[in-house]
Design a protein around this ligand. Sequence first.
Ligand SMILES: CC(C)(COP(=O)(O)OP(=O)(O)OC[C@H]1O[C@@H](n2cnc3c(N)ncnc32)[C@H](O)[C@@H]1OP(=O)(O)O)[C@@H](O)C(=O)NCCC(=O)NCCS
Length: 146
Amino acid sequence: MLRLLTATDIPRLLEIETATQMSPWREEVFQNCFSSSCDCWGVESDNNNLVGFIIVSFTVLTEGHILNFAVDPAFQQRGYARALLETVLQHAREHQILRLWLEVRRSNTRAIKLYQNAGFVQMGERKNYYAELNGREDALVFLIEL
Ligand SMILES: CC(C)(COP(=O)(O)OP(=O)(O)OC[C@H]1O[C@@H](n2cnc3c(N)ncnc32)[C@H](O)[C@@H]1OP(=O)(O)O)[C@@H](O)C(=O)NCCC(=O)NCCS
C-alpha cells in the first residue's frame, strides 16, 4: 500500500535511511521536509510495515526535485521502488508539474536503471557532489519532462 507519510514516520524512515545511504540524513533533515513544501510518500509491505519512501520537493511551482528515495534492503527487488516512482510521476502529472529532476551517484547503477526505465534522461553532471569514504563522487543529473 502507498500512502503519504507524516512526521510520526520519522523513526522508521531513519532506520531505512541508515540501512541504505552512505551519508544518511539526520532526523532534523526529515523534520524539515515535513514542515516545508515536500511530498513524502511511503510504501508498506503486507503487514503495514513501512519498507520504502520517496521525498519530492516542489519549491518551484511547475517543477519537482526528488530529494531522497530508498527501500529497506530486506525488501528490495520486489517492485516497491518502481511503485513509489510511478506514484510520484502520476501525482506530478495530475498537479501540472512539467518536469521532475534528481541527482544520483555515478556508481548507482540500480537506481540509474530504474530512472531510465521510468523515462528519465541524463541532462548533466555535478563533479565531486557526494562525499565518499575515499574522496568524492560525481552526481549525474536526470530529468523527466511530463
Ligand atoms: C535504488 C532502489 C531504491 C531500488 O529499490 P527496489 O525496490 O529494489 O527497486 P524495484 O524492485 O522497484 O526495481 C525497479 C527497477 O530498479 C532496477 N533495479 C533494482 N534492483 C536492481 C539490481 N539489483 N540490479 C539492477 N537493477 C536493479 C531495475 O531497473 C528494476 O526494474 P526491473 O524489475 O524491470 O529490472 C534501492 O536499491 C535502494 O534503496 N538503494 C539505496 C538507496 C538509493 O540508491 N536510492 C536512490 C538514490 S538516487
